[in-house]
Design a protein. Structure first.
Length: 205
């Protein structure tokens, strides 16, 4: 059975960047529904025992078109939100650390340049979607954007997301209205780069 990631902060623990009502709605309702719908679809498709990354990477093996679509949308929603919520922290760590920091400097030139790239992707995503920092087993990094609940795994890129920026309106509208740029700028203040580094090491190993 797929379960929502447990938050390492209270519902009001990310204020003022993200308000309590947003967390209660986004995590408690939207993410909870994706999780429920994923479990229902996975049971129907006979894939409930699979790892979520394995499932998303092999959607073409699900022959039923309706179930395949349900797994893509709800499995993506489940996976994407688990990653998003798990890399935020009330403590925040302003900059990358460890080997990931070295790789960011090597690939993008600086953390500031990476932020600019991710911000551009997040603001440029038309409608609902995500911006990503991803890695592969060789330790290479990639930034990208995806519509709806897709991600680099379901898109078959060979990369695994290690940081997610949610730009669906329900992620920010209660706090920022239509000012997506303000939300993205504030989100960087509560990203815990130690957790992103841990994700990087997990993908590599």
């Amino acid at each position: 059975m797929f379960e929502q990631v447990k938050l390492n902060y209270a519902a009001d623990g990310l204020e003022p960047q993200i308000g309590k009502e947003t967390i209660e709605t986004h995590y408690g309702k939207h993410h909870a529904l994706y999780t429920k719908n994923l479990n229902d679809a996975a049971d129907s498709a006979g894939v409930s025992g699979q790892d979520i990354e394995e499932l998303l990477a092999n959607l073409d093996k699900v022959s039923d078109e309706g179930l395949r679509k349900a797994l893509r949308n709800n499995g993506g929603g489940y996976y994407n939100h688990n990653l998003y919520f798990s890399t935020l922290s009330a403590e925040g760590n302003d900059e990358p650390v460890g080997e990931l920091k070295e790789k960011i400097n090597e690939k993008f030139g600086s953390y500031s340049a990476l932020k600019d790239e991710l911000t551009k992707l997040a603001l440029g995503q038309f409608g609902s979607g995500w911006a990503w920092l991803s890695a592969n087993k060789s330790g290479e990094l990639m930034v990208s954007a995806s519509p709806n609940q897709d991600n680099p795994i379901s898109e078959g890129t060979g990369f695994i997301p290690i940081l997610a920026i949610d730009v669906w309106e329900h992620a920010y509208y209660l706090n920022y209205k239509n000012l997506r740029a303000d939300y993205v700028a504030k989100l960087f203040e509560i990203i815990d780069w130690k957790l992103v580094e841990a994700n990087y090491q997990r993908v590599k190993n």
